[in-house]
Design a binder for this molecule. Sequence first.
Ligand SMILES: *[C@@H]1O[C@H](CO)[C@@H](O)[C@H](O)[C@H]1NC(C)=O
Length: 344
Amino acid sequence: MRPLLLKGHERSLTQVKYNREGDLIFTVAKDKEASVWYSFNGERLGTFSGHGGTIWSIDVDQKSELLLTGSADFSVKLWNVSNGENVFTWSCVSPVRRVEFNPSNDKFLAVMDAVMGHKGDISVFNINKETPTKQDEEPILVIPTYEGLERVSVAGFSYLGKYIIAGHQDGTVSKYDAKTGEFINSVKVHEGLVTDLQFSEDRTYFITSSKDKSSKILDVDNLNILKKFESDSPLNSAAITPLKNFVVLGGGQEARDVTTTAANQGKFEARFYHKIFEDEIGRVKGHFGPLNYIAIHPKGTGYASGGEDGYVRVHNFDKSYFDFKYDVEITAEAAAASKENNQD
Ligand SMILES: *[C@@H]1O[C@H](CO)[C@@H](O)[C@H](O)[C@H]1NC(C)=O
């Protein structure tokens, strides 16, 4: 499994996304340009220039026509993927931490950071797909940070765009009606900042990652914790593979938090866990700093990681990987069976 190394960003990666087909990878970083690359050979197709600060988040629509970026420059920008043009800019009240289209791509949400007296919120905007240069500047819905909870760090839409699920700085996950913004419930899931929240393919459940070194899978309908994965370093990202029962976690201790670089070695790896049995089954090395984001190919045939080191590493799984996964499943099932037998 020889990775492709995408070099082009000058600073730490913040988010990495495949398009629906998986042939393109969109990346954003602490520099001010978004990039698009071919996933099969790592060639850069183009850049999207116009932001005045760190771009925290990116999302592409189902048809790979329109692209959204959310930035520390207090704006969300809409881009034409095919020619790289910035077709619209929404001015926002604070830095934008996350952007995501709803499943039907006629709306998007933007997570507004809490700064300078603004408590932070989730704003939902309409998208005019017919004439992308003409958009309503005002959000159709603003969900303020719920009373008693700390700021929202990440958010996304559930199946059918029915709910908005949010992760908070205090480790809470909360749920809202996506049409009315009504608060439905919240659960304390982590002991620290929720750093990522990615949905399963059908968006009926999702995975979180946290600075508390753990990752959890929750179901959308009840916010029950279904699975948990323990790591030995703070986590920045977690993703679910669609093809087999795996999750991939990424993170690592930042250099300023540790005394020696030797202590860091081996910490900057993508961690594979079995989704059902919750045990760690493999690691993939490569980055020279924490992994800030993990994206899985929509068909489950590979993944891309964005690093603090400024690189994106794209892994297209080869046949031995799939054989390996098969073996591991068999082994894990055998282990579970023998455990049961021992209890008898
Ligand atoms: C993007 O630009 C191309 C070429 O200029 C144009 O044909 C296409 O309609 C634009 N797409 C959108 C979604 O505006």
